[in-house]
Design a protein. Structure first.
Length: 261
């Protein structure tokens, strides 16, 4: 059982984006760097971002590994063409102008082989000169910074009359370069807490540049702020910070024409 991915409406209650900041971020970045309007969202989740983009001039497809999430997309965002797939092995038989991968979904690729497979899939699904737009946690943020690692964070959300309370703990598993999470859920009527564990690969800026280069991409922009999940709010046309010390990492990369099959 995964409480949030099994219940897409609860997921959106837990992580609201009423202003569609993430989708507007994608639109602004794609416009700024000259991308087209055929877009594939990898790890599309509830389809909130894909749905906004489809209503604002994009032809959107999505892939996700949760059938519950995809059922939600089909019901609420029928213009988005979705498929159940592993992000390391999907094959839709077509190419896009833009591939997006937001909210650290790329970091579910834990090993170098996983990352290479994912970037290879992106390469095969992009037209020559197409854009890859990704947003994720920044491994460099954790160099000497324990802001997110000390203590347990408790949060509650009410959905369909029931209050769900989560207790979240993060720690770094150094050898595999993973940020691990243990989240415990409690709600009325459940006798035992629900414990869920997950992990993200931590990538450093120069490591990400190198992986993209090997996969046939040229990095057009690499920045920590602003973005859809940064303290400094995203605004269209905002200057991009190259300090790369913040907790989020954003990349815009163009597929080299010589790298296409």
């Amino acid at each position: 059982m995964n409480l949030l991915t099994d219940n897409p409406e609860l997921y959106e209650h837990q992580f609201p984006d009423p202003g569609h900041v993430a989708a507007r971020f994608v639109h602004d970045v794609v416009t700024r760097f000259g991308g087209g309007r055929d877009l594939l969202d990898v790890g599309c989740g509830t389809g909130r971002d894909a749905g906004w983009l489809s209503r604002n001039g994009y032809r959107v497809a999505g892939v996700d590994s949760s059938e519950n999430m995809l059922a939600h997309v089909r019901e609420h965002h029928p213009a988005v063409d979705v498929a159940l797939a592993d992000m390391r092995a999907f094959d839709l038989g077509r190419r896009f102008d833009v591939v997006t991968c937001l909210d650290s979904a790329m970091l579910y690729c834990h090993t170098n082989a996983d990352l290479e497979a994912f970037l290879g899939r992106c390469r095969e699904h992009l037209v020559p000169g197409g854009l890859l737009v990704a947003e994720m946690r920044n491994g460099a943020f954790f160099l000497g910074n324990r802001e997110l690692l000390d203590g347990v964070r408790t949060r509650s959300v009410t959905w369909r009359g029931t209050e769900y309370t989560s207790h979240t703990e993060l720690w770094i598993d150094h050898a595999p370069q993973l940020l691990r999470r243990r989240r415990t859920w409690e709600w009325a009527g459940r006798t035992e807490p629900l414990v869920q564990r997950s992990a993200w690969r931590l990538l450093f800026p120069q490591e990400l540049r190198h992986l993209l280069d090997l996969a046939g991409f040229d990095v057009l922009a690499l920045f920590d702020s602003p973005g859809p999940r940064t303290d400094r709010p995203w605004t269209a046309g905002a200057p991009l910070s190259g300090a790369l010390s913040g907790d989020r990492l954003h990349v815009v990369a163009r597929l080299r024409r010589s790298g296409c099959q």
